[in-house]
Write a protein that binds this ligand. Structure first.
Ligand code: AMP
Length: 398
């Protein structure tokens, strides 16, 4: 039986999921954290609720991957490493080069290196993962899947900014979007749940996690999306501001007497959003709990979040001339009935109704709108690794 491993490599962590092909059953999944430190942690879940956890010094990604592969054998998850026929890597930014998942070759690596500035924190870590697996599993097919690729179908009126045209031509300034693998996966699942071809549907997919973005998916293609040149813009997030007037960067540099733009950008990326507004936490669970005790700033953070979501849905309703289905996914979308209910209530004037009982459920697929609702609203757990596995499989079979 062939096996496919899907990798999400960060600067100090590496997440993986091992699939059997073609069944796509998950054989194991896990995480190596704190790579580079003396107390790195490796956790592997496998078999029937079995769990393996080790703490040890893992000096770099090569050691981490080597250890992971040895453990897969030791725990009898694979008998021979040659069973792993392919590796799928998640890459954050693909610029305008990558419109779909592709097999890795020297040219692909060079292009990912060329656009490192589009995701300076993520792409270098993704590249390390790609290179280490190439070295340690030289016979496996290596495939890259990009978070931006799904959004390459945006029409120019939705991806262009009204900045000098040369900025786009010379420097690639445009909207790239993010979370594309997730938006693509949930839009396909939504079509299944609705029993219609995705090509016939106008969907709005709300990926609401620590990072959050909303996408208009028209006839199966990304048509507009809330994240922009970087994942800072769009709706309010855990620690990111979402849309703000860029003039406040210069204004706040003066007010706070800071010398560099990056200090303000840091505050917009790391000290804003739920955390910055509520002053309570970056985690929606804590903010909801504080709001339940009448904490005014927590209430305000939630109001801003809901309002941002409604504004984007409204914009996409007009742009697509209607919406057939809305999807809620990721940490908050899958697990916060309060968020889904609040948004459905805001849309009641359009004829959206709620299935109150179904909406209380968390983390499973379900239609949370009422049978008579004008728009089908769904809760769909995202599965980016599964989507990448599908792409890898398609390339293996080519
Ligand atoms: P993600 O980035 O998709 O892993 O989502 C993580 C976020 O989901 C957390 O920071 C929480 O804010 C949110 N979350 C997870 N579980 C719940 C829950 N039961 N209720 C509300 N928010 C949740």
């Amino acid at each position: 039986m062939r096996k496919i491993i899907v990798i999400n490599s960060g600067s100090s962590s590496l997440k993986f999921k091992l699939f059997e092909s073609p069944s796509k059953n998950v054989l194991a999944s896990g995480l190596i954290e704190r790579i580079g430190l003396d107390d790195s942690i490796i956790t592997i879940k496998y078999g029937d609720k079995k769990k393996h956890r080790e703490v040890q010094a893992i000096k770099d990604h090569t050691v981490a991957v080597d250890l992971l592969l040895q453990l897969l054998k030791k725990l009898d998850i694979v008998t021979d490493l040659n069973e792993i026929s392919a590796v799928g890597h998640r890459v954050v930014a693909g610029g305008e080069y990558f419109k779909k998942s592709v097999p890795v070759d020297g040219n692909v690596i060079k292009k990912i290196e060329d656009i490192i500035e589009l995701a300076p924190l993520h792409n270098p870590a993704n590249l390390v993962g790609i290179k280490v697996f190439k070295k340690l599993l030289p016979n496996a097919l290596s495939v890259v899947a990009f978070d931006t690729a799904f959004h390459q179908t945006l029409p120019e009126e939705n991806f262009m900014y009204s900045t000098p045209y040369d900025w786009y031509k010379e420097y690639g300034v445009r909207r790239y979007g993010a979370h594309g693998i997730s938006h693509r996966y949930v839009s396909l699942r939504a079509a299944e749940l609705m029993g219609k071809p995705v090509e016939d549907l106008k969907l709005v997919t709300c990926h609401l996690g620590a990072g959050a973005s909303i996408t208009a998916v028209k006839n199966g293609k990304s048509f507009d999306t809330s994240m922009g040149f970087t994942p800072l813009t769009g709706i309010q997030m855990a620690t990111r501001s979402g849309d703000v007037d860029v003039s406040l960067v210069a204004y706040m540099m003066k007010k706070l007497k800071v010398k560099s733009v990056s200090e303000i950008l840091y505050m917009l990326n790391k000290e804003s959003g739920f955390l910055g507004v509520s002053g309570v936490s970056l985690d929606m669970r804590d903010v909801e709990a504080a709001a339940a005790k009448n904490n005014k700033r927590a209430e305000l953070a939630i109001k801003l979040f809901y309002n941002d979501i409604v504004k984007y849905i409204g914009q996409y309703y007009m742009e697509m001339k209607g919406i057939d289905g809305i999807v809620f996914t990721a940490g908050i979308g899958e697990n916060s009935p309060e968020t889904r209910e609040a948004i459905m209530n805001e849309l009641s004037f359009l004829g959206v109704t709620i299935d109150k009982e179904e909406n209380t459920k968390r983390g499973t697929e379900g239609i949370v709108s009422g049978k008579d609702s004008s728009i089908t609203v769904m809760r769909i757990p995202t599965d980016e690794e599964y989507m990448i596995c599908c792409d890898v499989e398609a390339l293996m079979n080519k």
